[in-house]
Design a protein around this ligand. Structure first.
Ligand code: ZN
Length: 458
C-alpha cells in the first residue's frame, strides 16, 4: 500500500460537482486512487511520498478522445500541407503503407510524450492500418512504457479503391481478418474494471474506407464484448457527398442505419450535422470528439459545438492525428476549441452574435467531457474515489506574467505551456517537465531517423 500527499498548490481545480477551485489545496492518494481533496491544512500531514506544489495550479488530467499517433512520423509533409481531407489522405496513404512495428512503437511513444507534456493523462488512439506486420499490441506496449492511460481503438479499412473506396487496395484488410484480430485484442488487452489502464475500442475508419457489412459486424462484435465503438463521421462535405451517392443517406442517417448510435459510440469530428442531427445525438447519448485544430488545418468546417453543449451531447476534445494538427497539445486544443467557438459565435450578416465560450467550459470539455465520451466515470475530476490523474503547472513563468489573478483561466487563455507535472494512476509520468520513463533525446533521434526513412521519396 502506497500513499502520496500533494500539498500547498496555489489552486486545485477539482471539476467536481460543485466545480470547486481550492486555494492552498492538495490531494491525498492511496494506491492510485484519490482519497481526499481539500485545503492542505485539512489533509493528512504525512505520506510515503510528499510533493509540495507551492506556486502551481493543479488540475484533472486532460483526456484526449481522438488521435492517430503514427502520424507523428508524417507531420508537415510536403504535398499534404495545404490539401483538403481526401487529397491529403491520398498523398499520405502510400507513405503510411511503409510503416513497420518499430514505426508504430516509436511514433506512439513520441505522441504520448508530447501529450503528457501538455497535461494529458488518458488518450484514445485510432490505428486503422497495419502494414508490414504491425499490430495493435505494438501500441499498447508503447503506452505501457510511457505510463499513459490508453484506449486503443482497433481501426480498420476494408473498402479499397477497386471497390469504390478511397484508400489504395494495398492498405486495406479482409473483413474476416479484421474481425478475428479485433476479437483477439479485446480478449488479450481490454480491462473493463474501474481504474483500467488499457481498454480496447472497435473502430472501423470511415464511411469511405469501410463496407456497410463491416460497420454492422463491428457493432455486433463490440456489443457482444461490451466495448465502446469509434469512427470518423461527418468530417467534410466530400464525405457527405460520398455517403449520399453511395448509400443514398447523409452520414448520420447512414451511421444510424448500420447500428452506430448510442451511449457506447463516439464519432470523430461530427462537423456536418444539422440541428435535427444534434438533437438525435443528444437523445441517443452518442458522443463526439471535437477536433478544432484538424478541422481548421484541413478546412473541413466548424462543428456546431454551442448547439451540442446546449443540447447536452457528450462532447470531448481530440487533437486528431499529427499529420493534420500537427501537434499533440491538449491545453492548446482546449484553447483552439474556445477560440473557434467564439469565432462561430460572431455575428454575421444574417445572424446575431451567439454566446462566447468561457475558458473554464473549454477546460471542462477537455476533462469531464472527454471522460464521458470514453465512457469513464473514474477519471476527469479530482474527487474522492477518482483515479489520481492530474497535471500541475508552475505559475512562475513568462506566459502567465500578468494573469495570476485567475490562473485557472490562464491555462486556456494564455499561450499553451509545457506542464511541470503529469501523474497517472498516482505515478509521475512527467516530473519537473521531463518524461520519467523514456529518454526523450534518444526517442526524438530515433523517431526522426524512422520518419526520414518512410519519407525518402517525397
Ligand atoms: Zn482522425
Amino acid at each position: 500500500m502506497t500513499t502520496t500527499l500533494i500539498r500547498n498548490a496555489a489552486v486545485v481545480v477539482t471539476m467536481d460537482q460543485a466545480r470547486r477551485e481550492i486555494e492552498g489545496g492538495g490531494l491525498y492518494i492511496r494506491d492510485g486512487w484519490i482519497e481526499q481533496v481539500g485545503p492542505t491544512d485539512e489533509l493528512p500531514t504525512e505520506a510515503d511520498t510528499v510533493v509540495d506544489l507551492r506556486g502551481h495550479v493543479v488540475a484533472p488530467g486532460l483526456v484526449n478522445t481522438h488521435h492517430h499517433l503514427y502520424q507523428t512520423l508524417t507531420r508537415a509533409v510536403p504535398g499534404a500541407q495545404d490539401a483538403g481531407l481526401f487529397d491529403w489522405l491520398k498523398t499520405l496513404y502510400p507513405i503510411w503503407a511503409r510503416m513497420t512495428p518499430e514505426h508504430v512503437r516509436v511514433s506512439t511513444q513520441v505522441g504520448l510524450a508530447e501529450l503528457a507534456r501538455s497535461g494529458c493523462t488518458t488518450t484514445s488512439d485510432h490505428l486503422y492500418l497495419f502494414p508490414n506486420g504491425s499490430r495493435l499490441d505494438d501500441q499498447i506496449e508503447a503506452a505501457r512504457s510511457v505510463g499513459m492511460r490508453f484506449h486503443a481503438a482497433r481501426g480498420s479499412m476494408s473498402l479499397g479503391e477497386s471497390s469504390g473506396g478511397l484508400p489504395p487496395d494495398s492498405v486495406v484488410e479482409s473483413e474476416d481478418a479484421i474481425l478475428i484480430d479485433t476479437q483477439r485484442v479485446i480478449e488479450a488487452f481490454h480491462d473493463p474494471e474501474p481504474g483500467a489502464m488499457i481498454r480496447v475500442v472497435v473502430a472501423p475508419c470511415s464511411p469511405f474506407s469501410v463496407t456497410t457489412d463491416l460497420m454492422r459486424s463491428s457493432a455486433e462484435l463490440a456489443r457482444t464484448f461490451g466495448v465502446t465503438m469509434h469512427t470518423h463521421l461527418a468530417e467534410t462535405i466530400d464525405e457527405e457527398d460520398f455517403c449520399v451517392e453511395t448509400f443514398g443517406l447523409r452520414p448520420l442517417d447512414y451511421a444510424e442505419s448500420v447500428g452506430w448510435m448510442g451511449d457506447d459510440v463516439w464519432f470523430a469530428h461530427a462537423v456536418w450535422i444539422d440541428d435535427e442531427g444534434v438533437q438525435r445525438m443528444a437523445s441517443t447519448r452518442t458522443g463526439l470528439a471535437h477536433c478544432p485544430s484538424s478541422n481548421m488545418r484541413l478546412s473541413s468546417g466548424v462543428a456546431p459545438v454551442r448547439q451540442y453543449r446546449d443540447a447536452g451531447v457528450r462532447i470531448g476534445l481530440g487533437v486528431d492525428g499529427s499529420a493534420s494538427n500537427d501537434g499533440s497539445h491538449m491545453l492548446g486544443e482546449a484553447r483552439q476549441a474556445m477560440l473557434l467557438a467564439r469565432l462561430a459565435a460572431a455575428p454575421g450578416p444574417t445572424r446575431p452574435a451567439g454566446t462566447a465560450m468561457p475558458a473554464r467550459e473549454a477546460l471542462e470539455m477537455a476533462t469531464l467531457g472527454g471522460a464521458s465520451v470514453l465512457g469513464r466515470t473514474d477519471i476527469g475530476s479530482l474527487a474522492p474515489g477518482k483515479a489520481a490523474d492530474f497535471f500541475a503547472v508552475s505559475l512562475d513563468r513568462l506566459e502567465y506574467a500578468g494573469a495570476l489573478h485567475d490562473p485557472v483561466a490562464a491555462l486556456v487563455l494564455c499561450a499553451p505551456v509545457t506542464v511541470d507535472e503529469t501523474w497517472v494512476d498516482g505515478v509521475p509520468v512527467i516530473r519537473g517537465g521531463r518524461l520519467v520513463a523514456v529518454d526523450t533525446d534518444e526517442l526524438i533521434a530515433r523517431h526522426n531517423r524512422l520518419a526520414a526513412g518512410i519519407l525518402r521519396d517525397v
